[in-house]
Write a protein that binds this ligand. Structure first.
Ligand SMILES: C[S@@+](CC[C@H](N)C(=O)[O-])C[C@H]1O[C@@H](n2cnc3c(N)ncnc32)[C@H](O)[C@@H]1O
Length: 245
């Protein structure tokens, strides 16, 4: 069982899109204007980069190693430069970006220290980095862990916890600014779109759990959603902010 983003790219945009609240936080926190140079690291199909460029007319770049994901991104917005790269090699200039962000990427990175070193290289002095991820507590508290229990185990192995992220970034001379928790505790119905996301294995963790568990969890989830109002309490995300000194 492994995650293949060229395969996932075929259905990714049917089930995943950008979170506008997150973009508003970026715009406000960084003070983004049309002159701001921004890098979306691990940009996938470019949903965040595309929306951010259209909202702000900033100079947006995306780095993405999967050809399938990157091709979708390139087709979305000709005003963004999308390049092939990864945590070992960001093929862009030193001291270039005012802001680098990554959404739902850090758990795919095999060497986080190397990634921080590369990101630090391309950031300007005083530039900001925002990592959008989930803490181990937030992973344990995902409402769907009761349907797919081993997703929590699998993901706590893949996701570095917040303290580890801070410690590895600090070792690479990035200054930790703050952590911001977003969306934790929000209550709402489980939508048919979420069920569709699970059916399409729109989160990579569903590719990493046993088929039996996935099939049984999906069946139970479909039954619960169909039988009435299944309400969930969101476990939220953590935004970890750094600055290049
Ligand atoms: C869950 S997707 C998130 C995509 C996008 N950031 C979003 O929020 O829609 C994770 C992305 O990380 C990319 N990725 C995997 N390994 C990577 C690496 N070593 N360096 C950079 N990106 C990587 C994958 O190809 C994939 O597009």
């Amino acid at each position: 069982m492994e995650v293949n983003y060229n395969e996932i790219s075929r259905t990714y945009d049917q089930v995943r899109k950008e979170n506008r609240d997150l973009l508003e936080i970026f715009i406000e926190e960084v003070g983004i204007t049309d002159r701001t140079r921004i890098l979306d690291f691990g940009c996938g199909t470019g949903n965040y980069a595309d929306a951010l460029q259209r909202l702000t007319h900033a100079q947006v770049y995306g780095v993405e190693p999967s050809d399938g994901m990157r091709e979708k991104a390139i087709a979305k917005n000709p005003n963004i430069t999308f390049v092939n790269g990864n945590h070992e090699n960001i093929p862009l200039e030193d001291n270039y970006f005012d802001f680098v962000y990554m959404t739902d990427v850090i758990h795919h990175i095999p060497d986080v220290s190397m990634m921080f070193s590369e990101i630090r290289r391309v950031l300007k002095r005083g530039g900001s980095l925002c990592i959008v991820t989930e803490s181990h507590d937030q992973i344990d508290n995902r409402f769907f862990v009761k349907y797919f229990p081993s997703t929590a185990t699998v993901d706590k192995r893949r996701y570095p916890d917040i303290d580890e992220i801070i410690s590895k970034a600090t070792e690479q001379s990035l200054e930790h600014i703050k952590n911001v928790v977003k969306g934790e505790g929000a209550v709402g119905p489980v939508t048919s779109q979420f069920v569709e996301l699970v059916r399409n294995k729109g989160y990579s963790m569903f590719h990493l759990i046993p088929d039996d568990e996935y099939n049984e969890g999906l069946k139970q989830l479909e039954t619960d959603v169909l039988s009435g109002n299944l309400i969930c309490r969101h476990s939220g995300e953590t935004l970890v902010w750094f600055r290049k000194k």
